[in-house]
Design a protein around this ligand. Structure first.
Ligand code: GDD
Ligand code: MN
Length: 365
């Protein structure tokens, strides 16, 4: 019988078709005699990345593909890739050849000889570098790194790194507490592991992207904020509910911005104006929640329209509930502030729970 791989290299992909072959060749060259496998975790890339990986996999059993539908997210993709492997050592690397794969055997050596439990490819330790980055991106990366100190040990020089290798045990012991939100799995692992991790950093120079485009955008910063928030308060309140509430407060502003001119300029009847304003606020909330709160299950096309309808229906029921609870409290205790607050809390919890399940189809987190 042939034993399984010793090292699993997990590669999250979204639209990386043009990089897959080059990466596999580089891995082959770098890993030589090591028993390795590579698991591509692709989020249904429109460019057919997964099809190409499967073509390669048909020729080489070390190559595997996991394809996810209706889902997005670098960290959660990596977690699923790791769960699909039995290898005692797990690495994560970008598909676009920006990370130096020649570090992998050195990382493995550090783990094998127990010099570390986790080894990080660092751009900032002596000998590393960020290559050809614009000043803006470099600054953003540094700010992110500083904020990340909340999660990781102070002497880790590149907490934002997307290139690392760890013992399977490290993954397993952090797994349950991982937030798996956004891009920063490494910081997440450090923050989720029950004890401080014995780590080592190896320098490398960040290379320019081989083909295609970066998936990092302004919403990545929001994801990062949500990761930090989840680590800080996630055990008390679900971070999605926090995001949903922030969006809800913005929705109130939209409501008034629509209501005021309708009443004062167009002299619309109050009931009609209120209904229009509520519909605008709900639509705004739906659209914003779709790109922020539920970025990893974002709806598009027809499903967007269906989701919008479900959202409006659910929130209308939430509105009825809000008024019912508020007037009950008001009648029982006679204080309108308490009544209004009670109505808002119950109504928004209803909206959150119902739309999470019906609109975005999420039953877990
Ligand atoms: N499955 C999946 N789903 N993969 C994704 C997604 C997603 O939603 N978004 C991005 N990826 C994949 C990309 O296809 C790529 O292989 C890898 O994740 C990194 O994405 P890039 O778009 O290339 O990110 P970057 O180069 O700007 O940043 C990377 O390197 C930094 C430095 O190490 C990331 O790894 C950062 O987290 C890291 O800080
Ligand atoms: Mn990249």
């Amino acid at each position: 019988m042939e034993p399984g791989a010793e090292l699993a290299v997990i590669v999250p992909t979204f639209n990386e078709r043009k990089n897959v072959l080059a990466l596999v060749e580089k891995l082959q060259a770098a890993l030589g005699e090591i028993r390795w496998e590579v698991i591509f975790v692709d989020d249904a890339s429109p460019d057919g990345t997964a099809d190409l990986v499967r073509e390669l996999a048909a020729e080489d059993r070390r190559i595997r593909c996991i394809q996810r539908f209706g889902r997005r997210g670098l960290s959660s993709a990596c977690v699923e890739g790791m769960l699909a492997s039995a290898a005692p050592y797990l690495a994560v690397i970008d598909a676009d050849l920006q990370h130096d794969e020649r570090l992998l055997p050195l990382m493995l050596e550090e783990l094998r000889c127990e010099a570390a439990e986790i080894v990080v490819g660092s751009r900032y330790t002596a000998g590393g570098g960020i290559g050809e980055w614009g000043a803006g991106r470099a600054r953003l990366s540094r700010i992110g790194g500083r904020l990340g100190r909340i999660l990781v040990p102070a002497d880790l020089s590149d907490p934002m790194s997307g290139f690392f290798m760890m013992r399977r045990r490290v993954f397993e012991r952090s797994r349950e507490r991982l937030s798996a939100i956004g891009f920063k799995l490494l910081a997440d692992v450090f923050a989720s592991h029950p004890e401080p991790l014995l780590f080592k950093e190896l320098p490398y120079t960040f290379r320019p992207r081989h083909a295609g485009e970066s998936k990092l955008d302004s919403v990545t910063a929001w994801d990062y904020a949500m990761l930090l928030l989840d680590k800080l308060v996630g055990h008390i309140v679900p971070v999605r509910f926090v995001a949903f509430s922030i969006v809800g407060v913005l929705g109130i502003a939209v409501h008034f911005a629509v209501l005021a001119p309708l009443l004062q300029v167009a002299h619309t009847r109050f009931m009609v104006a209120q209904a229009i304003a509520a519909l605008c606020a709900m639509s705004f909330n739906f659209a914003l929640n779709n790109v922020l709160t539920y970025r990893d299950s974002r709806l598009r096309g027809w499903r967007w329209l269906r989701g919008w309808l479900l959202f409006v229906l659910a929130c209308s029921a939430g509105g009825v509930m809000n008024v019912t609870v508020a007037s009950f409290i008001f009648k029982s205790y006679g204080t309108w502030v308490l009544g209004a607050l009670g109505g808002i809390v119950v109504g928004s919890m209803w909206n959150y729970a119902v739309t999470k399940f019906f609109t975005w189809g999420r039953s877990g987190t």
